[in-house]
Design a binder for this molecule. Structure first.
Ligand code: AMP
Ligand code: ZN
Ligand code: FE
Ligand code: FE
Length: 285
């Protein structure tokens, strides 16, 4: 019961397990605490919380917001996100509307390429926060591609024939909204893609001014060298180290809750440290 996972996706966004199934898997793996952090939505939190309570699993409500700066795309995690903050809810609603607008444009491009998909084709799991993984799954189902990597490489990825860039908010805006709503704000997988050290530190400083309180040091797809550097920077800038698998279910079958690709093993002390910081700031856990 010592292991935790603070970054997981359900069918409320682009994961394939329902929130309740996800909690059951986390419990079966022996995790002691988990956060559900779906992309741009809080829609799975109520079901997950109820299932976790039944299972005796500690649950932290969260979300992951996609943002863009001049240096690329950055994912921002909110932990202990409230369900009833009107500014946060509006911010997430706007993000989902931008997703839908982009989806419509990408579906039009796919249609021109001879691959017809209707919005309901994307609904397989989620009705709420749809994106490219749903398109890839629908393309595979219809036989337009042989596998998911082919869908991204040829059509949906950055250099793909049907790609449309995402219109996302600045990271500092997402961080401010989350922080003002009382969430603990964490920069997710900062080094998933290579970034020069000076830019990394420049962004950490700017994000910290906006209300960042943690760095995701441990992540399934981040190297040991990256984790070592991030832990050093977390200490240097007074940010809490966090970690999670970024589990998505069937679309990333080699990633397991709590374990990641082999041995993530985020210990319970990481959560205790986050809770202590919240208590010191008078925030609920
Ligand atoms: P979206 O939010 O619609 O832009 O989709 C982003 C998600 O698509 C990411 O979180 C990944 O899970 C997935 N994704 C992006 N690029 C690739 C890729 N080349 N291969 C597989 N999945 C990808
Ligand atoms: Zn995802
Ligand atoms: Fe992410
Ligand atoms: Fe994620």
């Amino acid at each position: 019961m010592d292991m935790i996972d603070l970054h997981m996706h359900s069918s409320a966004s682009d994961g394939t397990d329902s929130p309740a199934e996800l909690m059951a898997k986390a419990k079966a793996t022996g995790l002691g605490a988990v956060a559900l952090t779906d992309h741009d939505t809080l829609a799975g939190l109520a079901d997950a919380e109820q299932a976790a309570r039944r299972l005796g699993l500690k649950f932290i409500p969260g979300c992951e917001i996609s943002t863009t700066s001049e240096f690329g795309s950055h994912h921002i995690l909110g932990l202990w996100t409230p369900g009833n903050n009107p500014w946060l809810n509006q911010f997430l609603t706007d993000a989902r509307i931008r997703r839908q607008n982009r989806n419509v444009k990408m579906l039009a491009k796919l249609k021109k390429l001879g691959m017809e998909l209707t919005p309901p084709d994307l609904y397989g799991h989620s009705l709420d926060s749809l994106g490219r993984p749903h398109m890839a799954a629908a393309m595979l189902k219809k036989g337009y591609v042989k596998n998911l990597p082919e869908a991204f490489d040829k059509y949906l990825g950055k250099n793909g024939l049907a790609h449309v860039p995402k219109d996302s908010p600045a990271p500092e805006s997402a961080i401010k909204i989350l922080s003002q709503a009382g969430a603990t704000v964490v920069w997710a997988h900062p080094l998933l893609r290579p970034m020069a050290r000076d830019i990394l530190e420049k962004l950490i400083k700017s994000f910290s001014r906006a209300g960042l309180s943690g760095l995701e040091v441990w992540h399934s797809e981040q190297s040991k060298e990256s984790s070592d550097l991030l832990l050093k920077l977390a200490r240097k800038y007074g940010l809490a180290p966090t970690g999670g698998s970024d589990y998505h279910g069937g679309t990333k079958p080699d990633i397991k809750p709590g374990i990641g690709k082999n041995n993530l093993h985020i210990p319970m002390e990481i959560l205790a440290n986050l809770e202590n910081s919240r208590l010191k700031r008078g925030l609920p856990c």
